[in-house]
Ligand binder design. Structure first.
Ligand code: PBG
Length: 322
């Protein structure tokens, strides 16, 4: 039997190969994972994050212990978020050379050999108003914020960070950070940009974890409207032009179409962020779903869509079972 001249059943039987499980188009390994670590300057030891069962905030010292454990599980890189002891209008703790992330980077580099340390560059955890930039008349300023993002990136590089990851969706942030790093002699420090970061409801648990909720308004003047897809391609194109080494789509699961499209259009190193809300949904569903299998299926689907790297709170759980 033939349909427009194409071979058909019964000559073709798809189940023949499937039975043998001979072809697996996508593979996923723990080296593709990046593990987020929350470092809290205000605590000793570690403290569980209520909205994210199984995730903790760590003291600077314990962040080193945690990073070592992560590395020994076979995960190659960590991304750091800080909770400072002091917040102000301009987030000045974020570029303090003795700030929480700067010290945590040094601690992790001292404790762990051969680990890639990524510092998240943003103001929301450090400002008293909780926005990702400087504020004037309740508006988030763009160009003035760039100066601060440059300063933060430089102090991360000085502390030994391998990668800086600006997550605040300011226009021109990648170009400005690249220039600042280069004139300071840090041309080998890479930039992973949160290029297409959506104004998503899936960040809820993170804001609790990092104490980064905002006091007024929302993030819709800088983060993307989730109704848009072409705009994400423009954001990514601009970041590549400004010198990003890795671009990112965030969140991951509700945005697999964006990941797929970004990989197809740019064929550029691509990360995806499997965010806090995606994590907590799985955790709170464990009475009705097989958690281990769900995690594997989710991570694989993000990889299949086109991500090279996946930032995920599930990384440790996944690596433990491999
Ligand atoms: C801060 C930042 C956020 C996340 C990473 N960096 C939150 C936000 O924009 O409010 C979210 C991560 C997650 O939900 O897991 N700029």
């Amino acid at each position: 039997m033939s349909f427009y001249g194409l071979p058909q059943f019964p000559n073709i039987r798809m189940r023949r190969l499937r039975r043998l499980n001979l072809i697996e188009e996508t593979s996923f390994k723990k080296e593709d994972l990046i593990y987020p670590i929350f470092v809290d300057e205000n605590i000793e030891g570690r403290r569980e994050i209520k909205s994210m069962p199984g995730q903790y905030r760590f003291s600077i010292k314990d962040a080193g212990v945690e990073a070592l454990e992560v590395r020994e599980l076979g995960i190659r890189s960590v991304i750091l978020f800080g909770i400072p002891s002091r917040k102000d209008e301009i987030g000045s703790e974020a570029y303090n050379k003795e700030g929480v992330i700067q010290r945590a980077i040094r601690e992790i580099k001292r404790e762990v050999g051969d680990i890639t340390v990524i510092g998240d560059v943003c103001l929301c955890e450090y400002t008293s108003h909780g926005h990702c930039g400087l504020i004037k008349n309740k508006r988030v300023l763009n160009d003035e914020t760039l100066e601060i993002l440059g300063k933060i990136s430089k102090t991360y590089a000085e502390s030994g960070a391998d990668v800086v990851a600006p997550s605040g969706m300011m226009d021109g942030m990648v170009g400005h950070i690249r220039e600042t790093l280069d004139v300071s002699g840090y041309e080998d420090v890479a930039i992973m940009s949160y290029s297409a970061k959506y104004n998503s409801n899936f960040y809820g648990p993170f804001r609790d974890a990092a104490e980064s909720g905002y006091k007024f308004g929302d993030r819709s003047t800088y983060q993307m409207n989730y109704k848009n897809s072409d705009e994400a391609m423009r954001e990514i194109r601009l970041d590549i032009a400004e010198g990003a080494d890795i671009v990112m789509v965030k969140p991951a699961l509700p945005y697999l179409d964006i990941i797929y499209r970004a990989k197809k259009e740019f064929n550029f190193p691509l990360a995806a962020y499997n965010v806090s809300g995606e994590y907590s949904m799985v955790k709170y569903s464990s009475s009705v779903l097989d958690e281990d299998k769900i995690i594997e299926e989710i991570l694989l689907s993000i990889k299949r869509a086109g991500a090279d790297l996946i930032i995920s709170y599930h990384a440790k759980d996944f690596a433990k079972r491999k």
